[in-house]
Design a protein around this ligand. Structure first.
Ligand code: NAP
Ligand code: MG
Length: 482
């Protein structure tokens, strides 16, 4: 069977006319937009065509200091003292305003980051609103979250987020912090600052007291200044394992609380008794969703030997039907790679995989001439020692191995420094339970992949991080229990 078709879809572009992007965005400190002390700006581009979208103020150490001071003042004088049900009302307001402006947020997320509009419209923005709704509900019910205990907020939270789910990561960080009475200084990623700036507009609109949320854009140095600031009481970081380790060293011995959500190399495991066509869709979602820019991407596929040939053939056919192109087109399955640096990293791994003897298959799509693009790719003929099997690529590149027994696949799945997520495809519930217990990963999906809900905790083992976000567990890092 060959799914490749000769016909093409008519373009179905989402309108961007209603979107307002300013030429310049300043820092959001103490409820106001202000330039950085050095009046420094950097540009953010659309990775699908390399066009400039806006200039964004770059926070220096002094600016970070101003933001922390504003957060501390708001914490001590207002937010930690406010009646929890009042705090909840503000967070509900943020959630509702995101819903009201969902279309605008979705378009900006796709423009700034390169992800398909279908994903930003159906996943990123609704989930971001859902996180604010969920934690708004906890604000006045903390005594039920921690029965028999009293909670105290931690203080000022410094929150640093990556570029793959910009608004959603901001929501994961802000919502539980605010619900528990903390104030925040947030640092978005350098390549995707725009939805955080739009969120700042919403925060102004819902009259959150000045200083409760501050947003400082900039690169690694801005993040580092936040981590090192003595008045920051808690660090919440999502990003690479490398920077995570650096942060851990920096905060060691300071008494700061911290959570780290880091990299992954998830095993997606297909047994011979699985519904194979559904499993193939699950593999596609697992690795090609958001161009593989997903920490929990199913980047290692383990398929049982008896069905390996069938599954790989179905997978290649399905890859040929994936539509790669304009992120704003509603037909698009795979958008642009987020940055030139990330594209170079993916290409480097594709070279390494081939040099190490792996056999590559890439879908034969036409890639746009401008912008950063990579064809969906898979490697066969690789083993546990190959770098494309061991290291996080963070792009649309899948490494496939086969297995014979349950014990063998458990050993192989666990043979990585990471432990963030995994997937199991089988008709047998007993196998699902056995594998989800035996695999050292924070999330195991069964007969599905990449599903998220605010009520369900997320986080890793080993080099995938420390602590949990989401659900009841996600409140923990933001409280002291007394
Ligand atoms: P990254 O380089 O670690 O960057 C993450 C954030 O940290 C960015 O805001 C970055 O600023 C900032 N940063 C860089 N150096 C810093 C330093 N020395 N001190 C403080 N902050 C610093 O990661 P990335 O490459 O952007 O993102 C991809 C990584 O994130 C992948 O490894 C992925 O697995 C991981 N991730 C994990 C999860 C999870 O929940 N576990 C979710 C999403 C992504 P700049 O933007 O200027 O670099
Ligand atoms: Mg950008």
């Amino acid at each position: 069977m060959n799914y490749k078709t000769d016909w093409v879809y008519n373009p179905a572009p989402e309108s961007a006319d209603h979107v307002r992007i300013q030429e310049r965005y300043d820092l959001f400190i103490n409820g106001k937009f202000i330039p950085s002390v050095k009046n420094a700006y950097f540009k953010t581009i659309n990775p699908a065509n390399e066009n400039k979208l806006a200039q964004v103020a770059e926070a220096q150490k002094t600016d970070v200091g101003l933001a922390v001071r504003a957060a501390k003042k708001a914490y001590e004088n207002i937010w930690s003292k406010m009646d929890p049900s009042e705090r909840g009302k503000y967070i509900f307001r943020i959630a509702r305003l995101i819903q009201e402006r969902a279309r605008e947020f979705a378009v900006i997320e796709s423009l700034d980051g390169g992800k398909p509009i279908r994903e930003s419209r159906d996943v990123d923005i609704p989930l971001a609103a859902a996180h604010f709704f969920y934690y708004a509900g906890w604000a006045d019910k903390l005594e039920y979250a921690f029965p028999g205990r009293k909670t105290q907020p931690v203080g000022v939270a410094g929150q640093i987020i990556p570029w793959n789910f910009p608004l959603l990561m901001a929501a994961w960080k802000l919502a539980p912090a605010l619900a528990t009475g903390n104030t925040v200084v947030l640092k978005p990623a350098e390549t995707t600052p725009l939805t955080a700036m739009k969120l700042a507009e919403i925060i102004q609109e819902c009259e959150l007291p000045p200083g409760v949320v501050n947003i400082v854009n900039g690169g690694g140095e801005t993040g580092q200044a936040l981590v090192e600031h003595p008045d920051v009481d808690k660090i919440a970081f999502t990003g690479s394992t490398e920077v995570g380790k650096f942060i851990m060293k920096t905060v060691a011995g300071t008494g700061k609380k911290y959570t780290l959500e880091l990299g992954g190399k998830a095993a997606n495991i297909i047994f011979e008794d699985a519904p194979l066509d559904q499993a193939v869709e699950g593999i596609i979602t697992g690795i090609f969703f958001n161009q593989g820019h997903v920490c929990c991407a199913g980047s290692r596929l383990f398929v049982q030997e008896s069905v390996a040939e069938t599954v790989i053939s179905k997978l290649k056919n399905r890859m040929e039907t994936l539509i790669v192109g304009d992120p704003l087109d509603k037909n698009t399955d795979i958008g642009a790679i987020n940055s030139k640096a990330q594209l170079d990293k993916i290409k480097m791994y594709v070279d390494i995989g081939q040099k190490e003897g792996g056999e590559i298959f890439q879908s034969s799509c036409n890639l746009p001439k401008k912008g950063y693009w990579h064809a969906p790719s898979l490697f066969t003929g690789v083993s546990q020692s190959h770098r494309v099997v061991q290291e996080e690529i963070f792009g649309p590149v899948l490494a496939i191995q086969s297995f014979r027994t349950v014990d063998e696949v458990i050993a192989k799945a666990n043979n990585t420094p990471f432990g963030l997520s995994g997937g199991v495809w089988t008709d047998k519930g007993s196998k699902i339970f056995a594998l989800s217990k035996a695999i050292r990963a924070g999330v195991i999906w069964a007969n599905t992949f990449n599903k998220f809900d605010p009520s369900s905790p997320f986080g890793g083992y080993k080099e995938s991080g420390l602590g949990r976000e989401g659900g009841l567990e996600g409140l923990m890092p933001y409280v002291h229990l007394v």
